[in-house]
Design a protein around this ligand. Structure first.
Ligand SMILES: *Cc1c(COP(=O)(O)O)cnc(C)c1O
Length: 293
């Protein structure tokens, strides 16, 4: 992968599990969680063209938005550092000291952090507000929350084009929907794409995904696996994380990947996938390995 950001080629691993044997399906995981130690998972692909565009436009600063636990803030700070750019993080809510792991990493990577009240933060995508930011911080390459802009979707689409073509289904977690949209675009009508919203109100994401890619309809959402909402968990979900790690040696976390794998097992057990189907789960990352801290 030729890019400003180093990329480690990741394996596709088969999951052997009685649930999948009983369903008569082949299940595989694309390990994008290990594609880079700090700019990891889907965030690498969402940032790739954003970083390249900033450099092409001679904008020396990436400015972006996120909550205090945002993987995107973490990844953007790391990507900017790797690419020799400055970075500004506009954080939702008040500053809380000591900084949590996400923000102390971002700060150590050189990101300047600014905090906005939740009310002001809601204006983050308004053109007038963007103008105010530009007046204050100068010409920056501004990336929306989650890295979810056209360049982000295009990056994920480029990733999807690198995948083998013979999967009947590809499943991924859905935050903003940009990653799912990129997969749909990159697959260009092949197979069925499945999104698992990790927030409540799953149907709202249909519009978001369609806005990012109006062209293809070979996708669907399963909105019943949010476990109470964003970053919420239950003992059942925590148990599934431990069982999955023990059985397959693959770490997952309760915000994104564990909800997606839970949905995958549940759909397989319920016979959603026809016997003979090959299913690819995209591990989008979100794991903070010791070397990434
Ligand atoms: C950000 C993130 C997502 C959500 O991606 P969207 O493009 O916003 O839907 C999924 N998984 C992980 C690990 C993430 O960090």
């Amino acid at each position: 992968m030729n890019s400003i950001l180093p990329y480690h080629t990741t394996p596709i691993q088969q999951l052997s599990d009685p649930v999948f044997v009983n369903a008569g399906i082949g299940v595989f995981v694309k390990r994008e969680d290990i594609n880079h130690p700090t700019v990891s998972g889907n965030k690498w692909w969402k940032l790739k063209y954003n970083v390249e565009e900033a450099i092409a436009q001679s904008r020396h600063t990436l400015l972006t938005f996120g909550g205090a636990y945002s993987n995107h803030i973490y990844a953007t700070a790391a990507a900017a550092q790797v690419a020799g750019l400055r970075s500004i993080g506009i954080i939702r809510g008040e500053e809380i000291k000591p900084l949590n792991e996400t923000l102390s990493f971002a700060s150590a990577a050189g990101m300047q952090l600014y905090y906005l009240s939740r009310d002001t933060y809601r204006r983050k995508d308004e053109p007038a507000f963007i103008n105010e930011l530009t007046e204050r911080f100068g010409r920056c390459h501004i990336i929306p929350e989650g890295g979810s802009n056209e360049l982000g979707v295009a990056g994920v689409a480029a990733f999807a084009e690198t995948l083998p073509s013979d999967f009947d289904f590809i499943i991924c977690p859905v935050g903003t929907g940009a990653t799912l949209a990129g997969l749909i675009r990159g697959r260009a009508g092949k197979g069925t794409l499945i999104g698992v919203p990790v927030l409540k109100g799953g149907d709202a994401w249909i519009k978001e995904v369609e806005a990012f890619q109006p062209q293809y309809a070979n996708w669907r959402l399963f909105g019943d696996y949010h476990f109470g909402g964003y970053a919420k968990s239950t003992p059942q979900l925590e148990m599934s994380i431990r069982a999955f790690a023990e059985r397959h040696g693959i770490p997952t976390e309760h915000i994104y990947s564990a909800k997606m794998f839970f949905a995958l097992y549940d759909l397989a057990a319920k016979g959603f996938f026809k016997p003979g189907a090959n299913v690819l789960a995209l591990h989008t990352g979100g794991i903070r390995t010791p070397q990434s801290i």
